[in-house]
Design a protein around this ligand. Structure first.
Ligand SMILES: Nc1ncnc2c1ncn2[C@@H]1O[C@H](COP(=O)(O)OP(=O)(O)OP(=O)(O)O)[C@@H](O)[C@H]1O
Length: 738
């Protein structure tokens, strides 16, 4: 081993210079490190300047978690390093094929990866002849976190290393699980960028150093100085076993050096090019693609075709129980890679796989795809679209088949991924394609009013089991099943046993708004103002009770005029409809109450949320006893009628879910309670006196029910309530007129 150290005098001089520099800048001089092994035998070290860089804040945090972790599945670092080495080879092969790199350093060196160990020095070494890195790339790539997944985890405040490593892997930084010092020698393949070699070095604490070293061959060599509790990775047998596990599907030869001799350990098999594969092969490949040493694919699809393009592909749906959280999937990486004749064109095949399918793992190999596809090139864009169309359609149809084959298993899938399928419908529409809308709609499942809790149906099943002649698909967006079934909007549907799809996710409202219908049926919300409820296709059982009183047309007009005079601009229209069965009233508007509520929360904090301008309609049941009695007391007891109207409206708003804060009702409810109690005690509000037959009238008398009621609330609806006439009542002791 060649070890060239500066002479002691020079070293002392350098050290004092280093100390001085350290105070003033991040560049300082240091004694050069030792060159090691055959790979760097020719690396002559000179006192080049050594730069000290701080890791970015989040990288530091990640490193801190990783370095201190007692993660048991330590060998994952081998998987990460092999994968990075293979990516570096893929990248160089790609750039060479597309001639993006004109001249390559060490042009004769074949693309390969070699692993070796030094038991005495407790070292693990991996080297590749891939793309390598320039100085700036070293700073950028090994100083920041590349993996969005682990970043998300950190932003969530997660500090459990096994969760971060287990679910996302932490790439290069996983080396600090086993090493207390990591050295990376590298030289770029792109001659245009230079032929200088660099050494990156860090102990995984706050900083790393970079210095120039001479005679580094093309590619990257990573040396791990193993921690005391990780010496098993200095054993050849252990490394070989782990490397074999992680490298079966790598398309470059992987060698393990045994007694100085490189021995190939992988088959270099492109599974997606095979006609079929065993379950075991798929399991291995899935784990390889998902950077995991555990887990199995939930669904597996191998798809090959020659028309309209020549496609060979393989897709996996990961376990739905571990489906990505939609809240933390801001800019997801597509999990499918694009290849052309086995050569990787894009690691993340965006443009082919839409974002809403990002969780799919797999490979698409398209012979017709040029290696140097460009978004600017119309022909390439069209080719990508064609490929995307074929592949996405095949995936969606495959899921439809699986749903038919094993509905229970499919429900499990749907639980994990429903949000993404729904997002797909919206995105598909936004992109103005609507290419996959029907296929996606077929994959949706919902609860419905005619089935029991937890049982899901498809839209096709809904249509197949709908009443004869029914042209609409009725749905109701609501927080849960219980709220749905007790809602006045549902009454006529329940009475007729007309099935209603129950939608519990916020995104559902946007989905139905993004599409007009399914097959030839239109989506209609049960709480919409739409009149087309097809009430004539089935009639509920006749109400045979004799004393059912129904308001006549003129009575209806009289009552609605009174209601409008009380509620003023709160309602645009008061009408009578027969959609109500046991509730006296509901509110409707051009947008459904649920949509209104969502828009309100989106506009929260804005002075004008725009909702005040959307007119509401109060719909009444002409035969409901509260409504008919209300009409009866219009003239005889107007004060009570006024309060009843206000309460009727507010109760309808509660049912619609549009009342933001129920506390605004407190004052009125107390008033209603007071009336209820006093009436029970024999007080006659119409006459403003106690009934004569009451043996001993209560000592306290009611406040004026129709006294100007100004509720201390921000809700402007209450500020208008001013009765024209006051009833003659006796004042309660201590009650003063306002
Ligand atoms: N052997 C290598 N050769 C060249 N560049 C490398 C090598 N190893 C790492 N890098 C660079 O460092 C970056 C960070 O690597 P890291 O393993 O942390 O994340 P990643 O590989 O980008 O993540 P992912 O595995 O999700 O693609 C890589 O993207 C690559 O640019």
């Amino acid at each position: 081993m060649q070890r060239v150290l500066p002479a002691p005098r020079l070293r002392r001089a350098l050290c004092s210079l280093q100390a001085a520099r350290c105070r003033s800048s991040w560049v300082r001089w240091r004694p050069v490190p030792a060159a090691t092994s055959r790979w760097t035998q020719s690396v002559r070290e000179r006192p080049f300047s050594t730069e000290v860089h701080e890791f970015k804040a989040e990288t530091k945090k990640l490193l801190d978690i990783v370095a201190k972790s007692l993660y048991t599945d330590k060998e994952v670092f081998i998987r990460e390093l092999i994968s990075n080495a293979s990516d570096a080879c893929e990248k160089l092969r790609f750039l060479q094929t597309t001639q993006a790199v004109k001249e390559v350093n060490d042009a004769d060196t074949p693309l390969q990866v070699t692993l070796s160990v030094d038991e005495n020095e407790r070292k693990f070494v991996i080297e590749d002849s891939g793309m390598g890195m320039t100085h700036d790339e070293l700073v950028e790539h090994l100083g920041t976190i590349a993996k969005s997944g682990s970043l998300d985890f950190l932003q969530r405040g997660e500090s459990d290393a096994s969760k971060i490593i287990g679910q996302f892997g932490v790439g290069f930084y996983s080396t600090f699980v086993v090493a207390d010092k990591v050295q990376v020698y590298t030289m770029t393949a792109d001659k245009e960028k230079g032929s200088k070699g660099y050494l990156w070095s860090s102990d995984g604490s706050g900083s790393f150093t970079i210095e120039e070293v001479e005679d580094v061959p093309r590619g990257t060599r990573i040396e791990l100085h193993l921690k005391d509790d990780a010496t098993e990775f200095a054993s050849l047998a252990n490394v070989k076993k782990a490397a074999q596990k992680f490298s079966s599907y790598i398309d470059f030869p992987i060698y393990v050096k045994e007694e100085g001799e490189p021995k190939a350990i992988n088959k270099q098999e492109a599974l997606w090019m095979l006609r079929s594969a065993t379950e075991e092969q798929h399991l291995e490949f899935f784990r390889f693609l998902s950077h995991n040493s555990y887990g199995k694919p939930f669904y597996t699809l191998m798809y090959q075709t020659d028309a309209p393009l020549s496609i060979k592909s393989c897709f996996y749906v990961p376990d739905p129980d571990n489906a990505p959280s939609r809240l933390f999937t801001k800019d997801p990486e597509i999990g499918v890679a694009l290849h052309s004749r086995r050569v990787m064109v894009k690691k993340h095949a965006d443009g082919v796989i839409p974002k809403w399918l990002h969780w799919m793992k797999g490979i698409v190999d398209c012979e017709d795809m040029p290696m140097n596809i460009s978004r600017e090139n119309m022909q390439d864009t069209r080719l990508m679209e064609k490929l995307s169309m074929a592949v996405v359609r095949r995936i969606l149809r495959f899921l439809q088949q699986e749903a038919k084959k094993d509905p229970e298993k499919y429900q499990q899938f749907f639980k994990g991924y429903s949000y993404f399928l729904k997002a797909g419908i919206i995105e598909d529409k936004e992109g103005n394609f609507s290419r996959h809308k029907d296929d996606l709609l077929k994959l949706l499942r919902f609860e419905c009013s005619n089935k029991s809790k937890g049982e899901l149906i498809s839209l096709e099943e809904y249509i197949d089991t709908a009443k004869e002649g029914q042209q609409n698909i009725y749905y109701f967006t609501c927080p849960d099943r219980q709220t749905a079934l007790s809602s006045p909007y549902m009454e006529q549907f329940l009475q007729r046993q007309r099935n209603v799809i129950l939608m519990f996710e916020d995104i559902d409202e946007f989905v139905v708004n993004a599409i007009e219908g399914f097959k030839d049926k239109k989506f209609i919300s049960v709480d919409s103002a739409d009149k087309n409820f097809e009430l004539d296709i089935d009639q509920p059982e006749e109400d045979t009770s004799e004393d059912t009183r129904v308001l006549t047309d003129s009575e209806q007009t009289q009552l609605s005029q009174f209601i409008k005079s009380v509620l003023k601009e709160k309602v645009q229209e008061v009408k009578f409809s027969d959609r109500l069965v046991s509730s006296p009233a509901i509110v409707t508007s051009v947008i459904t109450p649920h949509m209104r509520k969502m828009m309100k929360s989106l506009m929260a904090g804005k002075e004008n949320d725009g909702m005040g301008n959307i007119p509401m309609t109060l719909e009444l049941s002409a035969k409901h006893h509260i409504v008919t009695t209300l009409h009866t007391i219009l003239e005889s007891n107007e004060p009570v009628a006024r309060i009843a109207v206000e309460q009727l409206y507010d109760t309808a708003c509660i049912a619609a879910g549009t009342l933001d804060d129920p506390r605004v009702l407190m004052s009125r409810l107390n008033k209603v309670l007071e009336m209820f109690v006093y009436q029970g005690a024999g007080y006659d509000y119409a006459k403003g006196e106690y009934r004569g037959d009451l043996a001993s009238p209560p000592k306290v008398e009611p406040t004026e029910v129709a006294k100007e009621t100004k509720v201390e609330s921000k809700d402007s609806r209450f500020e208008e309530v001013k009765p024209e006439e006051k009833p003659q009542t006796k004042r309660a002791p201590g009650d003063t007129e306002s």
